[in-house]
Design a protein around this ligand. Structure first.
Ligand SMILES: Nc1ncnc2c1ncn2[C@@H]1O[C@H](COP(=O)(O)OP(=O)(O)OP(=O)(O)O)[C@@H](O)[C@H]1O
Ligand SMILES: [Mg+2]
Length: 223
């Protein structure tokens, strides 16, 4: 098994003095090629911070973040570009689409420079064939989340990080987005790390990691 992304002894401290928050406290975590992992834990336990550290979106206060065994800080420019373009893709809590660009343009934008499946195909895949020209404000929450998913897939990532992909959705819509992520993961084989409050999400994945106060409190491997 190849380890794709890893954090080793990673702490993230926000603020200073009385305002100091230790969001991650010497965390070790690895995402292997093709595996699916749930990050569970109460609000404020450090799930988003761990995803951000793993994806190279923030520099930890201590410890190292690695991509395929190489510390992110020592990657050369080419490897960095590669990682950003199609190593890791991110689906943020609440979609985060570009508001003045259509569904199609949002996906096409991410597909730049990548030998990606065409944006049309990806939007069809997530069931939004009839919404190419809609702006994010003209889409429902679930539809926006699906555009965000199509956009992430346009990068053809090896690792997909999803931060509460169903957090703002009603349970039916959330269920459909999850089914879709399942289907896509099987088809494309990317590794998946999902932060969620939902034990049903965790039950679908290979293993679940529970966070508590910035630490990994428990790990469970699916039966
Ligand atoms: N930019 C920031 N500045 C200061 N403190 C922060 C910042 N971002 C997060 N924190 C704090 O770090 C801790 C971990 O936050 P994080 O967002 O990782 O939690 P979470 O598990 O994702 O929570 P939720 O389930 O509510 O999304 C929290 O106590 C939070 O208040
Ligand atoms: Mg969070």
């Amino acid at each position: 098994m190849t380890v794709l992304a890893a954090v080793r002894g990673v702490s993230v401290v926000y603020g200073r003095g009385e305002a100091e928050v230790r969001a991650l406290d010497r965390v070790d975590f690895e995402a292997q090629e093709g595996e699916t992992v749930a990050l569970l834990g109460r609000s404020g336990s450090g799930k988003t911070t761990l995803l951000h550290a793993l994806g190279g979106l923030l520099a930890p206060t201590e410890g190292t973040v690695e991509w395929k065994g190489t510390s992110l800080v020592s990657l050369d420019a080419a490897a960095r570009g590669d990682l950003r373009r199609h190593g890791i893709a991110y689906v943020f809590q609440g979609a985060n689409l570009l508001p003045h660009f259509t569904a199609f343009e949002n996906v096409a934008f991410a597909a730049r420079g990548v030998d990606a499946q065409r944006p049309e195909e990806l939007l069809l895949l997530v069931g939004l064939g009839a919404r190419f020209d809609h702006l994010p404000g003209e889409l429902s929450g679930g539809e926006q989340q699906r555009v965000a998913l199509a956009r992430a897939l346009a990068q053809q990532p090896e690792l997909l990080l999803c931060d509460e992909p169903t957090g703002h959705l009603d349970s039916d819509t959330g269920e459909r987005v999850l089914d879709l992520i399942d289907v896509l993961q099987r088809e494309f084989g990317f590794a998946l790390v999902v932060a969620t409050h939902d034990p049903d999400v965790a039950a679908r994945l290979d293993r679940a990691v529970e966070m508590h106060d910035g630490r990994i409190a428990r790990e469970q491997v699916a039966a």
